[in-house]
Design a protein around this ligand. Sequence first.
Ligand code: GLN
Length: 214
Amino acid sequence: MIGILNLQGGVAEHSDHLQRIGVASLPVKEPADFTHLSGLIIPGGESTCISRLLRIFDLNDVIIREFHRGMKIWGTCAGAVILAKSIAGEPTCLGLIDMEIERNSFGSQLDSFTCEASVPAIAKRSIPLTFIRAPKILRVGKEVTVLLRMDDYIAAAETTDVLVTVFHPELTGCVAFHRYFARKCGLDLLDETKIAPIDPAWKNTSWTRFARIT
Ligand code: GLN
């Protein structure tokens, strides 16, 4: 079972991707929800908001305890900020992966963009990437493996127990990162040929629809 931290941000989108690959998931918010999870996804959203809610719901210690008991964690975008050991100019939240991250590093919400990149550890074909007011990973420690380096920053990295992506695989039609994380958690997956197709109305730029309203 994979838990999706259900405080703020893209919970439904992660849950939908996990359902497509045949992996059971549960939105988690109460301390008791976290016991016996193989993995936890901290979704994208707003890291200041998520970190405040983690304190209000008293969840930091529970997550750290379950992490040390073997629960893997994947942070997407704001989730990656929550997991970083160092946040440029700001206090750290969970600090579970040795890296320095800089929030809102590409500019404002309107500087969000999509592109494609090859991430050999994750998939044979190139993967669509969606960056929404994304952070940049500036540097990683010795125990951290870089999965995707772009221009002057790192976009995806991992340790044995933590995966971080500064972009949003859950906001694309691609399930490669969700398959990778589920495997990291030791879970069984549907055969690739049995993965449910995405909603045909979905486009990689669907998330920009609000920006176009004048
Ligand atoms: N800018 C947000 C933050 O710093 C992250 C945005 C996102 O998750 N798409 O928390």
